[in-house]
Design a protein around this ligand. Structure first.
Ligand code: NAD
Ligand code: TYD
Length: 360
C-alpha cells in the first residue's frame, strides 16, 4: 500500500496543542507565513516551558490562543467540536498535537507529570477526535525506540538507523510516556476508528527553544560568559534537525500522509555532543576544548539516528543541510533576544547547579 495520498487533503482549520512551546510556536509562525488560508486555535497550558512572547502580536483573525490543559476533557471536546463548521469540507479540520512535558532531566525528578500530560492528554485528544470525526496528527519522538550503539563501535546495530519497523524500547519516563501515547493513538485507530498519523522526529534546534535544553543551554551560557557543560564523556550522538524542517515535514504529512501510517523525520544530522560544544566554542571565538564535563544523566541514551525515507516518500527534503550555518543563525537569534531567555535560563540553572558536579 502507498504511504502517500494521491490527492492531498485541503486543511484550513487546525487545533494546535502546545503551540506556545518551542516546536509548536515555530509551527504556528511557519503556518501563518506559508498557508494563507489556515486558521489556528492554540491550546496550551502555559507551563514553565511556554513563553507568551512566542505568540505575541499574531493576526487575531487567524490565531486564537486558549489557555488550558489537554487533560481537560470538556475543554478539549469543545475545541475539537468547534473546528468543524457547517458547509466546510469534511476533511478541512485537523488537530496537531505537540503538547507534552518534553525534558528528560525533568522526568527524572517528576515522572508522574509526564505520564499525565503525555499519555492521558493524548488519550483525551484522541477520544475527542473520534467523537467529532477530526483527523489527529500526533507529534512524537525518536526516543521511543531507545538508543543505538555508537557508529564504528563494532556493536551489533552500530551502523543502523531507526526505521518505521524498529521495535519500541524507551529508556526514560519521558520516552516511555511518549511511547505509550503512540500506542494509544494506534489503539484508537484500530478499535475506535480514529483517523490519525504519527511522526517520530529527532532532536530539533532553532529559535525559541527553552534554555534547559542542550544547545540553548550552552548558547545562553556562552552569551553569559559561562563554560559549556557536557554530560559525562560527551560522546553521545543526537541527529539534529532544524525546527522549520521538522514543521515542513509535519505539513507534508498533513497534506499527503495516509491515515494509520507513521513517518520518521530526520535530516542526516548526526553529531556528538562534544562536536556540538566544540562548534559553539569556535562560533564564540573561544578555544574549541574549553568546556567542563559534568555529572552524566542516569540512563543517558547513547545514539539516535533516523532513516527519513518514510517522510521523503511524501516529497519532503530538509532545507537546512548546513548544520554549522543553522547553528550560527540560532546563536544570532539568542544574542538578539536576551529578554526572551534570561529569566528561564536563571530558573533552569538553579535546578541544574543544585544537582551537577564538575568531573575531572
Ligand atoms: P516544549 O516543552 O518547548 O513545549 C511544550 C508545550 O506544551 C509548552 O508550551 C507547554 O506549555 C505545553 N504543555 C505542557 N503540558 C500541557 C498540557 N497539559 N496541556 C496543554 N499544553 C501543555 O516542547 P517542544 O520541544 O516544543 O516539543 C513539542 C513536541 O515535540 C513534544 O510532543 C515532544 O515530545 C516532541 N518532540 C520534541 C523534540 C525536540 O527536539 N524538542 C524532538 C522530537 C519530538
Ligand atoms: P537534550 O537537549 O536534553 O535532549 P534529549 O535528551 O532529548 O536528547 O539533550 C541533548 C543531549 O545533550 C543529550 O545527550 C544530553 C546532553 N546534554 C549535555 O551534555 N549537557 C547539558 O547541559 C544538557 C542539558 C544536555
Amino acid at each position: 500500500m502507498s504511504i502517500a495520498l494521491d490527492r492531498p487533503r485541503r486543511i484550513t482549520r487546525l487545533l494546535v496543542t502546545g503551540g506556545a512551546g518551542f516546536i509548536g510556536s515555530n509551527f504556528v509562525h511557519r503556518t501563518l507565513a506559508t498557508r494563507p488560508d489556515v486558521r489556528i486555535t492554540v491550546l496550551d497550558a502555559m507551563t514553565y516551558a511556554a513563553n507568551p512572547a512566542n505568540l505575541a502580536g499574531l493576526d487575531a483573525a487567524r490565531v486564537e490562543v486558549v489557555e488550558g490543559s489537554v487533560c481537560d476533557a470538556a475543554l478539549v471536546d469543545r475545541l475539537v467540536g468547534e473546528l468543524k463548521s457547517p458547509g466546510e469540507d469534511e476533511g478541512a479540520a485537523a488537530v496537531v498535537h505537540f503538547a507534552a512535558e518534553s525534558h528528560n532531566d525533568n522526568a527524572l525528578r517528576d515522572p508522574l507529570r509526564f505520564v499525565r500530560t503525555n499519555t492521558e492528554g493524548t488519550a483525551v485528544l484522541a477520544g475527542a477526535c473520534v467523537r467529532h470525526g477530526v483527523h489527529l496528527h500526533h507529534i512524537s519522538t525518536d526516543e521511543v525506540f531507545g538508543d543505538l550503539p555508537l557508529r564504528g563501535s563494532g556493536q551489533p546495530g552500530s551502523e543502523d538507523r531507526f526505521t518505521v519497523a524498529t521495535p519500541y524500547n524507551p529508556s526514560s519516563v519521558y520516552s516511555a510516556s511518549k511511547a505509550s501515547a503512540d500506542h494509544l493513538v494506534r489503539a484508537f485507530v484500530r478499535s475506535h476508528g480514529l483517523s490519525a498519523t504519527i511522526s517520530n522526529c529527532s532532536n530539533n534546534y532553532g529559535p525559541r527553544q527553552h534554555p534547559e535544553k542542550f544547545l540553548p543551554r550552552q548558547i545562553t551560557g556562552l552569551l553569559d560568559e559561562e563554560t559549556p557543560r557536557l554530560y559525562g564523556t560527551g560522546e553521545n550522538v543526537r541527529d539534529w534537525i532544524h525546527v522549520d524542517d521538522h514543521n515542513d515535514a509535519v505539513w507534508a504529512i498533513l497534506d499527503r500522509g495516509v491515515a494509520g501510517e507513521t513517518y520518521l523525520i530526520g535530516a542526516d544530522g548526526e553529531r556528538s555532543n562534544l562536536e556540538c560544544v566544540r562548534a559553539l566554542n569556535l562560533l564564540f571565538g573561544r578555544d574549541a576544548d574549553d568546556f567542563v564535563h559534568v555529572t552524566d544523566r542516569p540512563g543517558h541514551d547513547l545514539r539516535y539516528a533516523i532513516d527519513p525515507s518514510s517522510v521523503a516518500a511524501l516529497g519532503w527534503t530538509p532545507r537546512y543541510t548546513d548544520f554549522a550555518a543553522g547553528l550560527a543563525a540560532t546563536v544570532d537569534w539568542y544574542r538578539d533576544n536576551r529578554a526572551w531567555w534570561e529569566t528561564s535560563r536563571k530558573d533552569a540553572e538553579l535546578i541544574y547547579r543544585a544537582a551537577e558536579k564538575i568531573l575531572d
